[in-house]
Design a protein around this ligand. Sequence first.
Ligand SMILES: [Zn+2]
Length: 492
Amino acid sequence: MRTLLIIAGCAIAAVAFAFTAFRDPNRQDGIRWSSSAVEVTIQQDGSDDIGDGSDITAIEQAVATWAAALSSGFTLTVGAPSSARDYGNDGINRITFIESGYPGGTDSALGTTIPSVVTGDPSRLVDVDILLNGEMEPWTVDGVPTGIDIQSVTAHELGHLVGLAHAYRSESVMYTGARSGTTFRRALNDDDQRGARLLTSAGLGCTEERDCPLLVGLAGIGGSPLRLTCNGTSCVPGAVGYGLDCIDNSDCTSGACLRDPASVYSGDPGGCTESCTTGSCPGGDLCKDVGGGNLRCVPGRSCSADSDCGGGANNKCLFDFDGHFRCRHLCMLDQHCTPPARCIDLDYGAGVCHEPGAAPNGAECLDPLMCMGLACRGNAQTLLCETAPTRQDGGTVPDVPHVGDGGWRPDAIGHDASGRDLWHPGYDGGNGYDSADDVGVEPEPPGCACASRTPANVATLLLLPVLAFAGRRRLRLDRVKSPADDARRWSA
Ligand SMILES: [Zn+2]
């Protein structure tokens, strides 16, 4: 696995988008730890979804992943386990599942990171606790399509513990959104690693602009956003180039910051964009009319909305297994795909057509896209390529059940002022989804068949693919909380 992680980091380096950190409001720097030796305490019971200790191992692995990325001289270690589930400024940096009465409730936030900060000049982290929402389930370590990957979510929270805020790049561990069945965020991408090194080293040294952070305020602490760029060997205020994290247009040398098209929270960063003509964007990024006939690149995305994917009810812009947003064709059977693509499960109910990867069965993997067999399963230590079950029924079933209860569920089509997801009305309530999070206020898209779908249809659809439908959710890592006393809270 060590080798795999290094390879993944190198492969991503060419498209790094830099990172975002929480700002010390009195300085042009991130909020850093008061100590260079941070120990975390794992609550000994782990998740009540897992009884063999692999949940604890997964958390330990997440800690080890960040520990390996910090600057020399800064240590992040796991101390003795504890039975307590306390959180707050008690000198113990606890990681614990909360199985009932989760703060904030079952609001789809998978975890919450609660930092305690000594405010002043400088402001310093003194205690950070991580709560994992045991009311959501199932938490898993084996990469199953319906599972919430313990190691991935813990890794995201630990990024906040280090001092990182959300990143624009959707492949980053620090991106806001998550989804069941994905494990790629067990590994830090290049941006995450740069952020970890910078926040645990002395000062803001740099050799290129993506070494320097976008700084954003932390709820309860304050601090206006500040974009830094590299001036020789140190980070100084200034605009940056294409694709890097931004909040304001002035953060970008192009004068244009494109907000994350799929972001849940208004405070999440966008990416510096630039004008384009079709096919002219760096890295094959999408060139899109962002309004008024203005064509702009969408950094890091080959699509930003379903309408970018050629039309038709079965062509969607989906958050893929490796975090990248891609156009995918929905399917129920292998025969709905053009060979060699196969129909593999997502957590939406329907599957999507995927080209096989290069890795043979038995090779280590982080997501199914890497594998010839389009399945990546294992445990907290190792994920291996397998062959995904064949989705065939002899061809007696009509094509894709693209919309409607029991079928595919799209990404949210928007968000209300509280950050809750907005869904099409047909998805709200009584369908096994996390309906508490559903606010169906938007009109249905053209071609939607929701109104005509009958219970009989639903039963048929559910029987077809593997029984992996229970978890068809789009998971949200984060929910911003207000500060309490000196415990400054953000969530993830
Ligand atoms: Zn987060």
